[in-house]
Design a protein around this ligand. Structure first.
Ligand code: AMP
Length: 110
């Protein structure tokens, strides 16, 4: 079981900022920007590559939730990041969208 599943199950604490029937969002424990929130599906999908056709609407919903949180935080500029696989920097194998904002963000990322 991943640490994010434990957050969904309320087995470990997190600073939850949004929840609905399909998604949960909470503050990243090691923030890389003044706003750094993780949006995750409640469905245990390990990574983007593991999504199926059935998950297409859920994929859109996660981006929509991130958009709503960015609006709540009054962020004009922000970045959504999804790392897929350890070589791309993924460390927790429960799908998550990073919402980063509140500072200037360089491009390209490392
Ligand atoms: P990634 O490297 O894309 O898999 O991102 C995983 C993120 O989860 C990292 O930014 C971590 O700081 C964050 N993280 C790990 N454990 C926790 C936790 N218990 N609560 C909140 N965020 C966490």
């Amino acid at each position: 079981m991943t640490i994010f599943q434990k957050i969904i199950d309320r087995e470990i604490p997190a600073e939850i900022v949004y929840e609905d029937d399909r998604a949960l969002a909470f503050k990243d424990i090691n923030p890389q920007a003044p706003v750094h929130i993780l949006v995750i599906p409640k469905k245990p999908i390990a990574k983007v590559a593991d999504m199926t056709t059935d998950d297409k609407e859920l994929a859109g919903h996660l981006i929509w939730v991130a958009r709503e949180i960015a609006a709540d935080q009054e962020l004009d500029d922000f970045r959504l990041v999804v790392n897929n696989g350890s070589g791309a920097g993924q460390t927790v194998f429960h799908l998550h969208v990073h919402l980063l904002g509140g500072r200037g963000l360089e491009w390209p990322p490392g």
